[in-house]
Write a protein of this length. Structure first.
Lengths: 206, 67
């Protein structure tokens, strides 16, 4: 069976889709575009039996993946349940990357040092990027994860983030939703993030 | 810290990345207008902050000259 085509700039974003994570979600989108990579998420993939197949296909099409495990914790709503989607998708990714190491590179993200050793000791020896639960943390760790000539400084990335964040309410209202993770809002945010990246080139620091 | 990945250059252009989003032109215009307004607002705020700083510095200089 032929291997699926791969997008050399695509980043599969394995994150929690909840309210507390919104600022970091936006930081990932802005930051990934600042590196001229392309974020892809599972929003828009319908649930059901075929969902996992589609998630796997998405992972296989991406050259990179980010797995943010900072919110792998018990849900507040009863019955208290651990959130396993992110570890499940990480497991799929690790298997895929083991089979095809030249086609995929994955990155782990956490909020606190040593939490990963406690939650998933099988991953000992794999260093996660620690964002400390902050936008600045995500952006500076993104710059640590990827290097290239003329990469933007973190200060410019933060300015772009602020510009995009200041537009969020209007984007949501124009889309007629409050769900930041919906497929249409994701697209709009991508457009705005790219637009902000263009501003950075024209006027560093905005 | 994990080892950084060296990305190949040149990186894809912003225009090419916008194109692959496949957002209808009308929606792009709306979003562009929102961005332009936000930029203008941020620039005005920045200018106002700079002008406040200059005024405060002048005030301090005048006060110290009076002493």
């Amino acid at each position: 069976m032929p291997l699926p085509p791969i997008d050399p700039n695509a980043v599969f974003l394995n994150i929690p889709y909840d309210e507390e994570f919104q600022r970091l979600y936006l930081a990932y989108i802005v930051g990934i575009y600042q590196l001229r990579l392309v974020p892809l998420i599972t929003s828009g993939i319908p649930g059901g039996e075929r969902r996992l197949d589609r998630v796997l296909a998405l992972i296989q099409s991406c050259r990179y993946s980010f797995h943010d495990l900072s919110r792998v914790e018990m849900s507040v709503a009863l019955p208290a349940t651990p959130r396993f989607n992110m570890p499940l998708e990480l497991g799929l990714t690790i298997t895929w990357a083991k089979l095809h190491p030249k086609r995929h590179t994955w990155f782990l993200w956490e909020s606190t040092p040593h939490r990963l050793q406690k939650s998933m000791s099988d991953l000992n020896g794999t260093d996660p990027y620690i964002h400390s639960g902050t936008v600045e943390g995500v952006l500076s760790e993104l710059r640590n994860a990827f290097v290239f000539r003329d990469a933007p400084p973190v200060e410019n990335m933060l300015a772009a983030y602020r510009l995009v964040e200041s537009n969020l309410e209007r984007i949501l209202s124009a889309a007629g939703t409050q769900n930041l993770y919906s497929a249409s809002v994701f697209k709009d945010m991508c457009f705005v993030a790219l637009n902000a990246a263009r501003s950075n080139m024209d006027a560093p620091g905005i | 810290m994990p080892r950084a990945v060296q990305l190949p250059t040149p990186r894809p252009s912003i225009e090419s990345l916008i194109k692959r989003l496949r957002i209808p032109k009308a929606r792009q215009k709306e979003l562009q207008a929102i961005m332009d307004e936000a930029r203008a607002r941020l620039a005005a705020e920045k200018q106002a902050a700079a002008s406040d700083t200059v005024k405060q510095e002048e005030k301090l200089q005048n006060a110290s000259a009076a002493d």
